[in-house]
Design a protein around this ligand. Structure first.
Ligand code: MN
Ligand code: ZN
Length: 508
């Protein structure tokens, strides 16, 4: 794993050296335990703040070198916004999980390879942070600290890699450790997904991807790898049509984790895993084609999610399935005009070989729907450039045949900050992919491209409650945030883990 940040928990009374991080609101007060441990002059932050134009606003950072009166190298102050007493109801000032993630991210962003000893005081001005808040903070630190530098043989350190052990000073060490354990598995899942997306396509091709997914076996996940003869036997003609142009054979990987009641229908996640997408015979222009190594972001998310769920022993039965291919132009590649027969028996006329993701998903969706009869299926795919036109990089496109599932995804998106925006489906759009020669064609017209892609997928889900997430704008090349500086964002792992935790896990 490409993260070198370790997070540990220590009592508030821990001895101090190096770098200290504290939290302060717009009253420029810090918490009493923090003040006591540091022996800070009560007005130190106030004085430094006026010089540094720091007002304690939410997310603002004040960075002081060798502050007077305490024996530390650096004091970093993170603003948390309005003081609590400005909020009449008292209880909380609406700081959410995602705020603590953000604080963790912004403090980690101030550290670098030379930041050896770091202590973060997990106290708000008015109260010690709760174990949940602390674990969100720790998660933010880990996600921000991630770097993908395994192919850099020089200059790693100057590029801001974080190689630190960060001690979080807390009121209750045991409670913080306990709360962080499941969250640390979720962070691992995000990092696994990022690593897969960032890997170059000469290293990560279908067989290698499948091999990496088998690492889940050590977490009691059953991993079955279907090779080309096995997929032929199942009749996966849509997926195999895409794969046939590559020297590297395709694979379908099915992962199963049973943490729920025996015999209860599983929830299912399906990922598009086009390890490299040249467009095939309908070849793409060369500008930015290298980004198409990320066309497996959906599959990467599913593997990261399976890791998170299995490692934290989620009380749910879950199936993950990913279709892995490489879309290449070749003497053996499929042509526009070809008609393929999918596993469902429905025939597809290929209009554009660059609309390959839906062909891969068609067979994997059908396979999962018919074999596992899941409670719901959610597929993730870097499916269309059109979703970037519609939504930019702030939301994934959400398409669903089930309002309850869609609403739950929207809620989980708001909670985690991995946002989704619902887009329409309908018979008028469905008509646009009827073909004059086969049951359907694999592209509609240019307009509504993300919608016709989703309509295509819907023809392969039977009556299963289903949602499709078009993550072309969020999984890769996404704008950097406080908790992500990586090209591959790992989008979807936290979203779907939360969906499962909040709505589908048996309560303990
Ligand atoms: Mn394509
Ligand atoms: Zn693609």
């Amino acid at each position: 794993m490409s993260d070198a940040v370790k997070v540990g928990f220590v009592p508030m009374s821990a001895a101090l050296r190096g770098i200290v991080v504290v939290f302060c609101d717009e009253s420029l007060r810090i918490g009493p335990a923090t003040a006591k441990a540091l022996g800070l002059a009560p007005d130190l932050i106030k004085r430094a703040a006026s010089a540094g134009q720091f007002k304690g606003k939410d997310g603002a950072v004040l960075d002081m070198l060798a502050p007077e009166g305490i024996q530390i190298q650096r004091l970093i102050v993170i603003g948390t916004g309005k003081p609590k007493d400005s909020n009449k109801d008292g209880k909380d000032k609406d700081l959410k999980d995602k705020d603590f993630l953000k604080y963790g991210g912004s403090l980690a962003g101030k550290l670098n390879a030379n930041s050896e000893a770091v202590t973060v005081f997990a106290e708000l001005p008015e109260a010690a942070m709760t174990p949940d808040q602390i674990s969100a903070l720790a998660t933010g630190i880990r996600l921000r600290g991630y770097r993908f530098d395994r192919y850099k043989t020089k200059k790693k350190d100057e590029e801001g890699g974080l190689r630190a052990t960060i001690s979080i000073a807390v009121a209750d060490v045991a409670a913080a450790k306990k709360a962080f354990l499941p969250r640390s598995h979720i962070a691992d899942g995000v990092i696994i997904a990022r690593d897969l997306v960032n890997e170059p396509p000469n290293v990560l091709f279908p067989e290698e991807f499948a091999k990496r997914a088998t690492a889940l076996r050590k977490l009691d996940v059953t991993v079955d790898v279907l090779d080309v003869p096995a997929m032929k036997k199942l009749g996966m003609g849509a997926l195999l049509g895409v794969a046939q142009g590559s020297a590297r054979p395709g694979r379908t990987v099915v992962m199963r984790y049973d943490g729920g009641k025996r015999g209860e229908a599983p929830v299912a996640f399906i990922g598009k895993g086009v390890c490299f997408d040249t467009g095939g015979i309908s070849i793409k222009p060369s500008g930015s084609m290298e980004d198409m190594k990320g066309d497996m972001g959906g599959a990467a998310c599913v593997v990261g999610l399976m890791h998170a769920l299995a490692a934290r022993k989620a009380k749910v039965n879950v199936v993950g399935a990913i279709g892995l291919v490489e879309n290449m132009p070749d003497g053996n590649a499929q042509r526009p005009g070809d008609i393929v027969t999918s596993m469902s028996g429905q025939t597809i006329e290929i209009i554009n070989t660059d609309a390959e993701g839906r062909l891969v998903l068609a067979d994997v969706l059908w396979y999962v729907a018919t074999k596992y009869k899941p409670k719901f299926m959610i597929d993730l795919a870097t499916l269309t450039g059109a979703i970037l036109v519609a939504l930019g990089t702030e939301h994934a496109g959400l398409f669903s045949n089930n309002d309850e599932l869609a609403e739950r995804l929207v809620t989980a998106g708001q909670e985690t900050g991995e946002k989704v925006w619902r887009m329409p489906l309908g018979p008028e759009y469905d008509k646009l992919i009827d073909s004059q020669f086969a049951d359907m064609k694999n592209t509609g017209s240019r307009h509504g491209g993300s919608i016709t892609a989703a309509q295509f997928l819907q023809r392969f889900v039977n009556d299963t409650p289903w949602a499709h997430l078009d993550i072309a704008g969020t999984a890769m090349g996404a704008p950097k945030s406080e908790i992500n500086q990586s090209w591959g964002s790992g989008y979807g792992v936290r979203l779907l883990d939360r969906l499962v935790a909040d709505f589908y896990e048996a309560k303990r």
